[in-house]
Design a protein around this ligand. Structure first.
Ligand code: FMN
Length: 404
């Protein structure tokens, strides 16, 4: 799929180079259009070298009238050849031009000629961002159905602290992926997705955790949001940025995860429990670091709440999907877990397989369903599997509904 990346003249223009790479990694072909102000911050050569394609910086170029008229009209051609327009960083100026239909350079003219989905990632000084003119212009763009990603809050290059920082490129990629899918079969649904490990403190400096990276749960959250769902992502500590458009609830321990899940359960229509929740914890954590005194030490562990079973007992007609990471007897274990926890589907994950499972970008899973079906899914990226799991979840819900 072809994406045209419009780069505006802000300090964050350099991050558009990283975004180009990230979009290409996701399989998009990227063409770049830079405003003349953007060329003050970063050279077209950077984007040409990264994308392997010509970079457009000028509406007329240094071409004669004959040259302009003998070739196709470039901004119309670019509008037709690309399926998605992403503007990052979107300056206050560009947002104002787009909102008001001004077309005095290539990017703003392309915007008017472009008919596909538009992703806007604003970045500017906090005062600029909060100026009523920018607020109103942005509301116009949101009202046109454009996906507005960010900005983040934090320390800005201009020295102020507050909202205005360009979001992480991966979040812009999520929004572009969402725009590219164009599938809205989950609109009206609320998915509560748990992801990542939990950390169970031993003392103020130590904890027990596991190898879950959160990638599978984050991929499901991203896929569901891309397909139109409202997504509440309840995540243990991970090294991942939340996908664009999801509501992140950050937790640390199994008890915190349980409380967050139960709080959001009433809103959920589908619950996906992909987090690797600790089975045991230390009930009374000392408030001082445990000193090294003896050659041997032992720690008493108590069981943590069984969140899947608790949700299973209270789920009503919600669809409940659990995960089972097993090193052996995966399918029988997944089936046993599904029945005892009253889940509708268990995604069985054979964690011994080389190159899959924990922290990997690829996975190989088998879906065990309450209808009795077992569906092995071929090895694929976690992002691809996320969509397949959601496809099967929707089919399963229909089958369960029809069976009633
Ligand atoms: C050093 C410097 C940094 C700037 N950073 C930003 C910025 O982050 N966001 C923004 O909206 N404008 C920023 N501006 C102002 C824009 O460059 C200016 O409004 C320009 O006309 C934008 O042109 P464009 O929208 O065609 O790219 C900055 C200007 C300078 C001199």
């Amino acid at each position: 799929m072809n994406v045209v990346l419009g780069v505006g003249g802000g300090i964050a223009a350099y991050k558009a180079a990283e975004l180009t790479r990230a979009l290409m990694r996701e399989g998009f072909t990227v063409s770049t259009v830079m405003t003349s102000a953007a060329c003050e911050f970063i050279t077209p050569l950077t984007f040409a070298a990264l994308s392997g394609r010509k970079v457009i910086t000028d509406l007329f170029g240094n071409r004669s009238a004959d040259e302009i008229l003998s070739s196709s009209v470039e901004h119309i051609e670019v509008a037709q050849q690309n399926q998605i327009l992403v503007v990052a960083p979107a300056t206050a100026d560009l947002i104002g031009k787009f909102a008001n239909g001004l077309a005095d350079d290539f990017l703003s003219t392309l915007y008017l000629a472009f008919q596909g989905p538009v992703v806007i990632a604003p970045a500017m000084n906090t005062n600029m961002w909060q100026h009523p003119a920018v607020v109103e212009n942005l509301a116009v763009l949101a009202g046109r159905g454009h996906r507005i990603v960010g900005p983040d809050a934090g320390a800005l290059a201009c020295g102020t602290v507050g909202p205005g920082r360009l979001v992480d490129p991966e979040q812009i990629v999520s929004a572009v992926v969402a725009a590219s899918i164009g599938k809205t079969d989950l609109s009206g649904e609320t998915l509560v997705v748990t992801a990542g490990p939990t950390q169970e403190p031993i003392d103020p400096v130590r904890y027990i955790t596991n190898r879950s990276s959160g990638k599978m749960g984050y991929a499901i959250a991203e896929a569901a949001a891309a397909r139109g769902a409202r997504v509440v992502l309840i995540s243990g500590p991970v090294q991942l940025k939340p996908p664009a458009g999801v509501e992140l609830v950050a937790v640390r321990t199994a008890y915190q995860m349980r409380d967050a899940v139960m709080e959001h359960l009433p809103e959920a229509t589908i619950i996906v429990k992909s987090a690797a929740v600790a089975d045991y914890h230390i009930a009374s954590v000392p408030d001082k670091k445990i000193k090294k005194t003896a050659a041997r030490m032992s720690i008493d562990l108590d069981p943590t709440p069984d969140i899947l079973a608790e949700v299973g007992s209270k789920k009503g007609d919600r669809l409940l999907i659990g995960f089972a990471a097993e090193t052996n007897d995966m399918v029988p274990e997944a089936r046993r877990k599904m029945q005892t926890k009253r889940a509708d589907m268990i995604v069985g994950n054979f964690v011994n397989a080389a190159g899959t499972g924990f922290d990997s970008d690829v996975n190989e899973v088998t879906l065990v369903m309450s209808t009795g079906d077992t569906v092995p899914l071929e090895r694929a990226t976690k992002k691809e599997l996320a969509h397949k799991i959601l496809d099967h979840a929707l089919r399963l819900r229909l089958a369960l509904h029809n069976a009633v």
